[in-house]
Each structure stands twice: as C-alpha cells, then as structure tokens.
Design a protein around this ligand. Sequence first.
Ligand SMILES: Nc1ncnc2c1ncn2[C@@H]1O[C@H](COP(=O)(O)OP(=O)(O)OP(=O)(O)O)[C@@H](O)[C@H]1O
Length: 249
Amino acid sequence: MIQLHHVNKRFEQFEAIKDVSLTIDKGEIYGIIGASGAGKSTLLRLINLLEVPDSGAVEVNGRDLTKLRGKKLRDARKSIGMIFQGFNLVANKTVYENIAVSLELSNYPRKERRSRVEECLRFVGLEDFMKKYPAQLSGGQKQRVAIARALANKPEFLLCDEPTSSLDPNTTAEVLKVLEDVNKRLGVTIVIVSHEMDVIKSLCTQVTVMANGEVYETVRTKPKGIQHIDNNPKYFVDQLAKDGEVDRA
Ligand SMILES: Nc1ncnc2c1ncn2[C@@H]1O[C@H](COP(=O)(O)OP(=O)(O)OP(=O)(O)O)[C@@H](O)[C@H]1O
C-alpha cells in the first residue's frame, strides 16, 4: 500500500503540490488525471522520491521513505519500478543490456541475471529482440522493453508517467494490454499518470483528479465510452460519473 500524508512540494515560490493525502491499495490500477500543469507528474515522482517533498510523509508498505537514506532508501526503491513517456532506454546498449544494467545496479545474483532478463522479455512478448538496439524498435516495442526493465527487480509497484502519450492508438492498446497483464498476472499495483481519458477508461480501478496541485476528487469507477477531454477538473469527474458507476472515495 502507498500512502501520502499531507505532502507539499514547491519549486522556488511555486506550490506544485499542496497538502495532498491519498491511499493506493495493493492490486489497484490507480489513475492520476488532470489538466496540463496540475501536478500529476510531480505527484507520481514524489511516490519514489524522485522529487523530495518539502513536508509530509510518503509511506510505502508502512515505511516513510522520507526518513530513509542511502542503502535503506535504495532497497525500498527496488519495490517501485517506473516507466516514462520517452521510454528512457540507453541508445548504445542492446535490449538485453538495457535490462541487465538494472539487475547489475541492484546486485541481483550474477548467475541468475540472464534468465531473469529472458523471463521479463518473454513476459512482454519480445524474447526475440534481445540483440536489437532501441533505434531498431517501434515506439510500442520500446515501451515494452522499458516495462521489462522496470519489472526486472520484481517490484510490487509500477509508476507509469504518460506511458502511451507518444504512441498511436493501436500501439497504445498493445502497451495497455501489457500493463493490465502486469497487474493481473504478476499482482503489481500500478499508478498511471495520463491526460488520455481513453487510457484511464480502459484500465483504472480508481482515479484521482488533480487541479492546481491539489486533489480535486477521487473516484472509484469502471468508466465506459468517454470521448472527449476538457481542462475543467469537474469535467473529468462528471464524465466518470456519467459513464460508469462511481463511488466517491
Ligand atoms: N523541476 C521543476 N522546476 C520548476 N517547476 C517545476 C518543476 N517540475 C514541475 N514544475 C512545475 O510544477 C507544475 C506541475 O508540473 P507537473 O509536471 O507535475 O504537471 P503535470 O500535471 O504532470 O503536467 P503535464 O500534463 O503538462 O505534464 C508545473 O507548473 C510545472 O511547470
């Protein structure tokens, strides 16, 4: 379980995140949506302390990450994988090496690294791509490699920052299917930031709408048939309420 308690984050004078508290239960696919600049990515990055909060607590399975330093923080972070809109693969390394590097950094037992890389690539359907370089892959394949890399250390949580925003609709569907498998078959809790309502609609079990650095509302829903997007946060909630059964959290 992930819990944020009264978290605040400023960039100089600008208050990017204001007193945000939320709970993400094990097994959820938790969406964070909202207009551009609402604070979605910052909120996601606070969960693994890529952004350090100015105040408040970030608890992962009951441990406050803001109190951990050095090896203890690195170990805690192993339970949290992350993928990005731009994939963040290393261009001059092969698919195999991109994944193996994360096992090296975490001191994964040397003899088991190869089979773990193979296992992760099989999971995302790219076992035949080990020797390719990122430039030889499509956008969807790059994101699947990034997912395999994020899974390598067997995380409990996967943070996804706009994972399909640079992909076309078909490739988006392919990546969403992999993320759904990660949740259903591996039991990984997923937190996904997206401005695409279709992504939220097809995947999420709970959704937080952000506006101006604050939680506007959190709803549990299985929305259907959402077509448009609007910058008014009330719009997101109204759409979710209209298209599915919404329990206000
Ligand atoms: N490192 C930083 N330094 C200064 N300001 C920042 C930094 N990171 C984010 N911000 C500001 O904080 C606000 C929230 O940014 P954030 O990226 O979290 O928004 P977002 O909702 O993810 O937006 P988008 O959908 O456009 O990516 C924005 O106004 C942004 O300019």
